[in-house]
Design a protein around this ligand. Structure first.
Ligand code: MLT
Ligand code: MN
Ligand code: ZN
Length: 298
């Protein structure tokens, strides 16, 4: 399979419209530092069939930017679009509204995520006059996987963190998941986890077995959101394990054989500056920072 990183920023993007922090200011001065909301396109064996993992507010700009994701000359308009969701956060789901020109939008998600989108965001009510929504279950590992574009997909449960608009909804460990993508033809496996609240044994097992891991790179260190004044909470309390520190993700990822790439970078993260010394720290541990528009073949 081919993985195409469409965007690599956390909610708000880099720069964020109402922010003048060093990361946002730097991205205004250097357009190559701009990052759009994180999303991935997955292309299976047949290059005409593909699907998305998460659909943020930039999604139709992403689709237009990549020739392989546009309808070919003489082709019908893209009739069906398939979207796998790792959670119900607005930065991963607002793009569903922008996909309404498709005849059919197929959404693969866990039960609590489907409920949030249908009952809280009223997506059926809003979108049914424009398109047909087809809701499909995303099973956990161990059950028979869903198959999209020839790729076997499942959702590794990660945390009970609910979006703010559904903060009072029932707890469930599949509110936030990692998408596991397995190509049965070529044998490659990728894990896509843009929000990781804690390093669980199950996630560790899945990461150790994967060839490629995309992981939460929201914050460099645990105090970053407090130090930069965007929250009174630590990164961990916000549901994002930091990269650095004794319990950080770098410590867990460094020993793995998988290619590991950080995504979902917040504009406060020093890594949004390509000249920051933090890049050298990661490179020394064999870890990478994803960029918008990377192509990875597995
Ligand atoms: C998150 O990644 O924690 C959320 O997307 C934050 C938010 O926008 O509420
Ligand atoms: Mn987010
Ligand atoms: Zn900023």
């Amino acid at each position: 399979m081919l993985l195409l990183t469409l965007g690599t920023a956390a909610g708000g993007g880099v720069p964020q419209w109402n922010c003048a922090c060093p990361g946002c200011t730097g991205a205004r001065a250097h357009p190559d530092r701009r990052r759009s909301h994180d999303s991935l396109a997955v292309l299976g064996q047949d290059p005409s069939s593909w699907f998305l993992v998460n659909a943020g507010p930039d999604i139709t700009d992403h689709l237009e930017a990549h020739p392989r994701l546009r309808p070919g000359a003489g082709e019908e308009r893209t009739p069906v679009i398939r979207v796998l969701l790792t959670d119900a956060e607005l930065d991963h789901t607002l793009g569903l509204l922008r996909l309404r020109e498709a005849r059919n939008v197929e959404i693969y998600a866990t039960a609590p995520v489907r409920r949030a989108l249908r009952e809280r965001l009223a997506l059926d009510t809003v979108l049914t006059p424009y398109t047909t929504l087809t809701w499909r279950n995303l099973p956990p590992p161990g059950q028979s996987p869903a198959v999209i574009a020839g790729i076997e997909v499942c959702a590794v449960p990660l945390s009970t963190k609910r979006p703010r608009y559904a903060a009072d909804a029932p707890e469930d460990d599949s509110w936030v998941t990692a998408a596991r993508l397995h190509d049965p033809g070529r044998g490659g496996t990728a894990l896509y986890a843009p929000a990781l609240a804690g390093w669980t044994a199950e996630f560790g097992k899945e990461a150790a077995a994967a060839d490629c891991v995309f992981i939460d790179g929201t914050f460099w260190d645990d105090q970053e959101p407090r130090r930069l004044g965007i929250s009174t909470r630590t990164a961990t309390a916000m549901g994002h394990l930091p990269i650095d520190g004794p319990a950080g993700t770098a410590e867990h990822l460094a020993p793995l054989s998988a290619r590991c790439l950080y995504t979902h970078l917040n504009n406060t993260n020093p890594l949004v500056d390509p000249l920051a010394p933090h890049h050298g720290v990661l490179a020394g541990r064999g870890l990478e920072v994803a960029q918008d528009g990377m192509v990875i073949e597995l």
